[in-house]
Design a protein around this ligand. Sequence first.
Ligand code: NAI
Length: 341
Amino acid sequence: MKIAFYDTKPYDKVWFDTMAQEYNAEIKYFDFKLNAETACLSKGSDVVCIFVNDTADKETLDILHENGVKLLALRSAGYNNVDFKSAFGKIHVVRVPDYSPAAVAEHAIALLLTLNRKTHRAYSRTRDNNFNINGFIGIDLAGKTAGVIGTGKIGRVFAGICKGFGMSVLAYDPYPVQDLDVKYTGLDELLESSDVISLHCPLTPETRHMINRENLEKMKSKAILINTSRGALIDTSALIEALKNRKIGGAGLDVYEEESEYFFEDLSDTIIEDDELSRLLTFPNVLLTSHQAFFTEEAMHEIARVTMENVKAFESGGALENEICYKCDGPCEKKNKNRCF
Ligand code: NAI
């Protein structure tokens, strides 16, 4: 199969080239993102492979369809950038649902530990021969409460690590699971009682801006907020206001509402136009990473392998285990030979 691969980074080639040989696939790499302007370059490809900041809206999908593209292969777990209603009946959409929950949960923990003990600032200070520890005081996590919003694959690993630290774990999820050693509560109770709050739910119309002004007000004044899921779960203006007014203790963010223009790019010679991003970067108690939570060797190997398995299943006419459609908010019917349509 011929694959048009958008938003390629050097590390993508390392993992996908090896896998393409194994699966006998032909990949055409583009270093720009998919959108309505670049979709024309998919002509001649059966599959288009995209990542989190590519755009698969109606206009783009219509062009892909006209160009004969049959499969949109997301090399990510999240899929909020795809207009599924427009794809339905035309282009099958597959994803990599769980390449390494540990990778993301461990990065969320890295953000938490760094923010709490200020190791990001200590690193710079000691390298400047400044061995002063003023301002670096943290809290013991043991005995504190972690609030986990979304107890899917990643949220549960995060909860397990917090348990290992000796924390109690509260959880909020409209679909609670039975076998998890956490206390499910309502969202309000979680926000009011947690010392650490970590977001692990998908971005949907319901979860967009779930961390808004009102909910930030409910948090403890020293609470640390961690977001490794999707930027728009948080209303950034409200977060900035809460940080300025010392309403929360800090924020560890691997994702940002308007990240698509900035994240994954080297813009060190550029003036940043986004004032909210710039403001976030000024707070000593905000730690921002550039959507790298997924980025481990194990995860990259799995992303490449499962993407190729998805393509192979499509090519062979087999069941599309990792297919998603607009009906998939509930169970996907997959009526047609284990496919959505
Ligand atoms: P998952 O599908 O296994 O779990 C999501 C959980 O959120 C489910 O239990 C679901 O019931 C719950 N949920 C749905 N609506 C909710 C709501 N309104 N409030 C609270 N919980 C709700 O997903 P997984 O694999 O754990 O991934 C979670 C998110 O992490 C993804 O949606 C994706 O956006 C993000 N992600 C980020 C990565 C990164 O590199 N920063 C990498 C991979 C995923």
